[in-house]
Design a protein around this ligand. Structure first.
Ligand code: HEM
Length: 460
């Protein structure tokens, strides 16, 4: 009783302070998320909030790279009560995603994803288990059929590059922003594979779709998505950019649904024209809706193909322009090689690739320097696992930093500037993220047998 009276005598600030201190003590006392022995190290975290104030909201990967320098290639940060282990460096990422692929193949639960992909379907990127395996295999096969390995998409890419060139020429040599042009062209190629058609760059609905895609891809990869997943109950009620993730996804889903309805009107199961037709046909013949072959999931898989394919490729091209402008010597050599191998009168084909080793190396160096998806997609430990000597308990989230150190990239750029096209022999050093199959993690496109490579002079 005395204590209560004493408490009531305090002013409101003092009362709040005591309540907060009490909560902290309770938190520490009952803290169930104590790190088990052998858990990866990480920066000290505030109770309840974790490392939220340490992270640079604009460039979280820079902060994480600094942590890797300090704590080593396996470390942990906390957002709220969520612990995420990050692995850094080529060797450790390979250990997690290739050697221990089965242990880290699943994606973690995400409140943001659950809200976007409301219902039972989770599309391609965020699915797990049997559904993921089946949908990934189906997407790979379909992309190959309609596309990536078939002449038809090669032709679509060449046609689209002509549209891109025409649009840029309309600027008549005046300065212009190339980003919308590149977004239009890249998204049109995905449209061709998924919807079976391209859009005119001035098409109003197409432009709305693109701006929603850009917005969603940017916000999903930003600190806002991490914050939403760490504090869903709070973030749901707060104003802020994270809310645009949901409005953009809603609008994209509506556009995709419209396309699917159009496809259903003249679907010929014997002659599928694109990804949507193939999926609808599969849905008809296949009673395995539990493997994801149902219409709601088709909408989400299409959304994933656009999200995963367009911003990534467009950003790669944007970095390509920047790096080539900044390195005119390298630009000249690329042009020289293209002129020698392809000439000025025909368009390139994939068959030219083996004859363009310098250009190939420059493209891969652009991808490495551009670091388009710096944090990769989060994964989750399927069981208790040892990684880099540390203990990773089941269900722990795992992120990967694959970035080559900037100084190493600088060396490669110097090297690409110095090397002569006639240097002989050239050896290809495989220095790439691992290729993936329908059963292992990784980008859908990394399933190509051609690995990322860097060209270097051979031994004397
Ligand atoms: C330069 C362009 C691209 C880059 C840098 C890129 C990068 C990535 C990365 C880092 C992942 C996550 C891998 C993981 O979690 O382990 C991914 C996954 C994925 N990418 Fe790509 N990507 C590109 C182009 C494309 C294109 C053009 C498509 C499709 C048309 C595509 C479809 C996908 C899909 C569907 C996934 C999810 C795969 C899964 O979870 O099984 N990507 N990509």
């Amino acid at each position: 009783m005395q204590l209560r009276d004493l408490f009531l005598c305090l002013d409101i600030k003092e009362q709040l302070l005591i309540i907060f201190a009490g909560l902290l003590m309770v938190y520490f006392h009952f803290r169930k998320d104590k790190d088990p022995p052998g858990f990866p190290p990480g920066p000290p975290a505030l109770p309840i909030l974790g490392n939220i104030f340490n992270i640079d909201a604009k460039q979280p990967h820079i902060y994480l790279t600094k942590l890797a320098d300090f704590y080593g290639n396996v470390f942990c940060i906390r957002l709220g009560r969520h612990k995420t282990v990050f692995v850094s460096g080529w060797k450790m990422v390979k250990e997690a995603l290739v050697t221990q692929a089965d242990n880290f193949v699943d994606r973690p639960y995400s409140p943001m994803v659950t809200r976007i992909y409301s219902g039972n379907s989770v599309g391609l990127f965020f699915s797990n288990g049997k559904v993921w395996r089946r949908q990934r295999r189906f997407a790979m096969t379909t992309l190959r059929t309609f596309g990536l390995a078939k002449e038809s998409t090669e032709q679509s890419i060449c046609d689209e590059s002509q549209h891109l060139k025409d649009a840029m020429e309309k600027e008549k040599g005046e300065p212009f922003d190339p980003v919308p042009f590149l977004n239009n062209a890249v998204s049109n190629i995905i449209c061709k594979i998924v919807f079976g058609r391209r859009f005119d760059y001035s098409d109003h609905n197409f432009q709305i779709m693109l701006s929603n895609l850009t917005e969603m891809a940017y916000l999903e990869g930003s600190i806002w998505a991490l914050l939403y997943d760490a504090f869903p109950g709070l973030m749901k009620r707060l104003p802020g950019p994270h809310n645009r993730i949901f409005s953009s996804s809603k609008s994209l889903v509506a556009s995709i649904r419209e396309e699917i309805e159009k496809h259903k009107l003249d679907l010929d199961p014997n002659n599928p024209r694109d990804y949507i037709d193939s999926f609808l046909t599969k849905e008809k013949h296949n009673r395995n809706s539990h493997l994801g072959f149902e219409e709601e999931n088709l909408v989400l898989c299409c959304l994933d193909l656009f999200l995963a394919g367009s911003e990534t490729t467009s950003k790669t091209l944007q970095w390509g322009l920047i790096y080539l402008i900044m390195n005119p010597q390298i630009q000249c050599k690329v042009q020289e090689e293209i002129d020698r191998v392809i000439g000025q009168t025909r368009q390139p084909t994939m068959a030219d690739k083996p004859n363009l080793p310098y250009t190939d190396a420059v493209i891969h160096e652009i991808q490495r320097m551009g670091n388009i998806v710096p944090l990769n997609g989060l994964r989750m430990a399927a069981k208790d696992t040892i990684l880099g000597g540390y203990f990773i308990p089941k269900d722990t989230c795992l992120g990967e930093l694959v970035l080559l150190s900037l100084s190493a990239s600088k060396l490669l750029i110097d090297f690409l500037q110095r090397i002569s096209l006639n240097d002989d022999p050239l050896v290809v050093f495989h220095a790439s993220p691992p290729t993936s199959s329908s059963q292992t993690p990784g980008c859908l496109l990394a399933s190509s047998p051609q690995t990322t490579s860097c060209v270097a002079p051979g031994p004397k």
